[in-house]
Design a protein around this ligand. Structure first.
Ligand code: HEM
Length: 456
């Protein structure tokens, strides 16, 4: 969330920049602990206390919080070339290397163009079969249990799906090895991100050494898989990445780049969707009448057959439920950028090096754009109730050219999983188990979400 760049104004006193109100330097100190403990509450406080644009920072750490849809549009779309991913992504880069999520400029553009076809409708339609098979397996397994941690279950299920679509491998041991090292790496990188002053990565601290080991293990497994796919191409994403050629130069991607892209898709492609689904089952367990409507639709549309992409597209009510889940609990709850050059946003100057924060969670609950913002009301996504809403008041997948490449994949997968499992099971929250949001890299449930389940 922080950039360690010092803002450089390059202006004379006469030409003083017009910066947003806020707190800076010593006056900011009392707020720092709130930021660390409750970042969403902190952003809300800054907005209500100082207004639509807020500047906040300690000596070397400055950010400019924006809260209005038109300002988000400026950063993510209109002037997107001026805004690069910030330090948060640099830390993630230890895992993702130069993968799509955190590459920049011409290199990013070239990679995006190469990878985009892997997410076209035709490909997604092929992936639906895998999504349905894995969900069916989960549904079978649930027959043997009466309660479960839905967060863990969804993490396992979405990992299995993205693993199979990426690697189309029957060898489950590969998945287990990657999952293990990825989990360790993500935990340790998250710790580094949430510390204001993490130890330099070159220091041989126990955590740094553990992180380096996990990264090495992960790379060696993915490298093995790439070598295997080079020998025996399949119709999976890895084979596609290996084959794809730049239209102008005819060059293929290097193996190291294929590895970075594969790890990026593996990570970005399961954690967020798993969080959305966990919050979705939680909300449905609290709203049995909405859950019943999902069940009715799923029973009518899916019956007992294995769903196809066309079937998923008919699940219009389930899709509205999902849109509403993504509004109330956006897995990517904050987006961060660094200004590469000066700009103007919302009537204020933005100086080079300033860190821009977009709190997606808060804009999704802003009463200026949402009626009864805390209410779980899937019908608010009916067309007639959506026409007057600014586009950038709803951005669970970000916006502009860097919008999530996997958004259709994720929406298809999550709609299918919700429908198939709600069709077969009823859910109740465990009253003794606290459900608490934990906004780290993604918006997780701090202690997981325990649900009691019974077959329908
Ligand atoms: C509900 C599920 C998901 C949510 C909420 C989500 C959210 C997002 C957001 C907000 C961004 C933009 C980040 C930014 O602008 O800084 C993003 C980018 C990205 N997502 Fe997703 N995502 C989801 C699922 C997926 C899936 C399933 C995949 C792949 C299989 C994926 C792959 C990516 C990649 C590669 C990027 C970087 C795109 C680029 O910069 O060109 N995501 N995602």
């Amino acid at each position: 969330m922080f950039s360690l760049h010092e803002p450089t104004s390059g202006r004379t006193k006469k030409n003083k920049p017009n910066l947003p109100p806020g707190v800076f330097g010593i006056r900011a100190l009392p707020y720092v602990s709130k930021l660390a403990k409750d970042p969403i509450g902190f952003f809300q406080l800054m907005h209500s206390k100082f207004g639509k644009s807020v500047r906040f920072g300690l000596r070397q750490v400055t950010f400019h919080l924006i809260t209005q849809p038109e300002d988000m549009k400026r950063v993510l779309q209109e002037n997107n070339q001026n805004y690069h991913k910030g330090v948060f992504y640099k830390e993630l880069g230890r895992i993702l290397g130069k993968g799509l999520l955190n590459s920049e400029g011409e290199f990013w553009k070239k990679q995006r163009k190469l990878i985009q076809p892997s997410f076209h409708k035709q490909r997604i339609s092929e992936f639906v079969e895998i999504m349905a098979q894995e969900t069916q397996k989960t549904s079978e397994n649930w027959k043997k249990v009466s309660s479960l941690d839905i967060s863990k279950e969804m993490m396992r299920l979405t990992f299995a799906i993205v693993g199979r679509t990426l690697f189309r491998t029957e060898v489950e041991s590969y998945a287990a090895r990657i999952e293990h090292s990825l989990k360790i790496a993500l935990e340790l990188v998250t710790k580094r991100i949430t510390r204001i002053f993490p130890f330099p990565f070159s220091w041989p601290t126990p955590e740094n050494l553990k992180l380096k080991r996990a990264l090495k293990d992960m790379h060696s497994v993915v490298d093995e898989l790439i070598a295997e796919r080079k020998k025996n191409p399949s119709n999976d994403l890895i084979s596609m990445l290996l084959e794809v050629r730049d239209e102008e130069t005819g060059e293929t991607m290097s193996e190291a780049q294929v590895r970075d892209e594969a790890i990026t898709l593996l990570l970005a492609g399961h954690e967020t969707t798993a969080n959305a689904l966990s919050w979705g089952f939680y909300l449905l367990s609290k709203h049995p009448e909405i859950c019943e409507k999902v069940r009715e639709e799923a029973t009518k549309v899916l019956g007992d057959k294995t769903p196809s992409l066309e079937d998923v597209q008919k699940l219009t009510y389930t899709r509205k439920v999902l849109d509403e889940v993504l509004r109330l609990y956006p897995p990517a709850w904050v987006i961060e950028r660094t200004a590469m050059g000066p700009d103007q946003i919302g009537g204020y100057d933005v100086e080079t090096g300033t860190n821009i924060s977009i709190c997606i969670f808060n804009i999704h609950r802003n009463p200026d754009f949402w009626e009864n913002p805390d209410k779980f009301d899937p019908d608010r996504f009916d067309e007639e109730r959506s026409v007057d809403r600014p586009k950038y008041a709803y951005l669970p997948f970000g916006g502009g050219p860097r919008i999530c490449i996997g958004n259709i994949f994720a929406l298809t997968e999550a709609t299918l999983i919700l429908a198939m499992l709600v069709k077969n099971y009823k859910f109740q929250t465990d009253p003794n188990h606290p459900v608490v949001m934990e906004p780290l890299v993604t918006l997780r449930a701090k202690y997981g979400i325990l649900l009691n389940i019974v077959s329908t």
